[in-house]
Write a protein that binds this ligand. Sequence first.
Ligand code: XMP
Length: 507
Amino acid sequence: MDRIVVLDFGSQYSHLICRRIREFSVYAELVPYDISLEELKKINPKGIVFSGGPSSVYNKDSPKPVDGIFEIGLPVLGICYGHQLIVNTFGGKVKSANKEYGSSLLNIDNNTDLLSNLGKSTKAWMSHGDAAEVLPKGFEVIGHTERSFAAAIANRQKMIYGIQFHPEVVHTENGIQVLKNFVLDICKAKQDWTLENFIETTVADISKIDGNVLCGISGGIDSTVAALLIQKAIGNRLKCVFVDNGLLRLDEEKEVENMFENNFGMNFTVINAKERFLTRLKKITDPEEKRKIIGEEFVKIFTEFAEKNGPFKWLAQGTLYPDVIESGVSKGPAAVIKTHHNVGGLPSWLNLQVLEPLRYLYKDEVRKVGKILGVPDHLLNRHPFPGPGLAVRVMGEVTPEKLQICKHASKIVEDELLSSGWYNKVWQAYAAVGDDRAVGVVGDERKYSHVVLVRVVDSIDAMTADWTRLPSEVLERISNRITNEVDGVAWVSYVISSKPPATIEPQ
Ligand code: XMP
């Protein structure tokens, strides 16, 4: 498989460069900016991209790639800070405080390679405080804007290119074309990264392992897709276990069991641990204490299962590419099969090694793999759900009564968003319940019943979120249905706090 490496100089868009390149079927991976030449040779890429970054090349501690990177004969494309690095490294000059933010018109001065197929000019997204002032020898200007005379530069002999703008963001009109020109025409990378290929090579890799694999299923997409890939490779040597902690969405445990046993034909065990969790959560009101207890109990149950049903050699995990990068585990090329000990809080005497079949994939790619492997759409598109489940949506003590309210009211919220076409437009949507009560009138009778909070939010990455401006008719239906259909609820309240300062979950 042909590869492009993206050296990460700290831009918030670094991952986006990889994703955009993968979109046209070339495998791209993000590596630390100071990756050694030896590591680079192991990856054997067809070309190198320098990402942007917050630094200025004149800062004392500004990040720089290792010496010799320009001498290995690979094409290089510098973006923003990467562009300035190139100018500086080859003896040109970078000027500070030549600010340019937002959309600029890029005029094309030479359309023969990097900027081919863009017409005479195109909109390009700028976000920089420094800019090239004097070009190094051997470089020519191939594009300029009003404020940057060298917004795109080339040294064709050395195959080194620099662009001041960000081709990876959607605001750059023909950004993908620029990346394609670099990756396909200049680096001559083959478009052989398809998810069908990924499935084939991953299954072939996993089929080489010996011993049994243990996989905890959460009902979410990552563990489901990981299990399907492993099953394809080793069949019944994969044993899946699903711990029903009683804190799942309405009927979720039945849906998961049905899908894994009947649709996928997996070696699948459901452990009904509802009572165990509820008993341990009795009288516990502190959110972090709840999380701790749920984590501990899960590990205990999982360990008991592994002891009884083992021996297992491997533990499957649904780790995704951004987690691998963020945890700093990946320094350069990453192997599908990595060995760790004492993982996920499990005792080290279980001697499990970790199998992470999704460690190369972004979330949208996991969805596509899931689709190819036959995972139903409603699971692929289901909103994220917190690990501790409804324990963080039931405020105060987790009681059977409050759990029932939370499950039924949340189901109504989901159903109403689905039928009004809002479900796929929002990040998360649920109902929460605490110990607040308010008066309702049922027939002639006054009842002091629960207050339910409905929370629907828009978000891109869960780091920030805003409450969704749902139409009042949808809110009205949600409220009517909850007070009519869910026992013990008198009031429904819609949460209009954004994150920050609020969080998405109430606890
Ligand atoms: P907050 O509430 O922190 O949530 O704004 C951000 C995102 O994280 C999810 N979340 C959790 N997920 N364990 C998880 O696996 C947790 O303890 C947990 N708490 C919050 C939440 O659903 C949202 O998507």
